[in-house]
Design a protein around this ligand. Sequence first.
Ligand code: 13P
Length: 247
Amino acid sequence: MAPRKLAAGNWKMNGTLASLAEIDQLLADHPAPACDVLICPPAVLVHAMAQRADGSKLMVGGQDCHAKTSGAHTGDIAAVELKDVGASHVILGHSERRADHGESDADVEAKAQAAHAAGLVAVICVGETEAQRDAGQTLDLIASQLAGSVPAGANAQNTVIAYEPVWAIGTGRTPTNEQIAEVHALMRDKLSARFADGADFSLLYGGSVKPSNAAEIFAIAHVDGALVGGASLKAADFGGIISALAA
Ligand code: 13P
């Protein structure tokens, strides 16, 4: 089985109910895309977006979950709660969560276990800062984030890995093709060494992906799709990325 191609949008803290019009447009423009398509809106929009996407190929996900299934955790959301309102995926360990909320690899691993137990696909993010790249630490860091964040129960069905260099997020800067290829090859090697179906995990690249650079990025070995921030907010832009992946 080859890895599934996935175009995933991360709306981050952007969007209101009115933004669901973008979903209507996306579904009208791409009723039967030849790749998987996922959008992870703010948690308050997951239910409404899932209802809007019902009967279509569009999947909806959360951007984080708690490691526990319920309890006294004000402001947090359980994986089972995301599942209950129609989510199929949840992004975990995004660099903004790691930086803003101090999430460690162990936290991400525990959240991924909760996601799997709830029947959600965990989209686990890894990536180096600019200082780490400049210090020549990228490959060691990615290997250690993967080892620490991806739980033993992961497989190609319940887990997607996203490589997002922190310095490329929202900056308009992207790594060279060689830099992306080097990290994706390392991720494939590490997953294949640890998991029987490691060759089948979908590996996404994220960081300033847009319609104009998507095709070039998707041509790189072991890049099975993208995790897209800014360019996922508008149907026309995200649609261009979907077209490039499905080509
Ligand atoms: P941008 O596509 O806006 O650079 O964001 C990438 C990202 O962080 C997706 O999770």
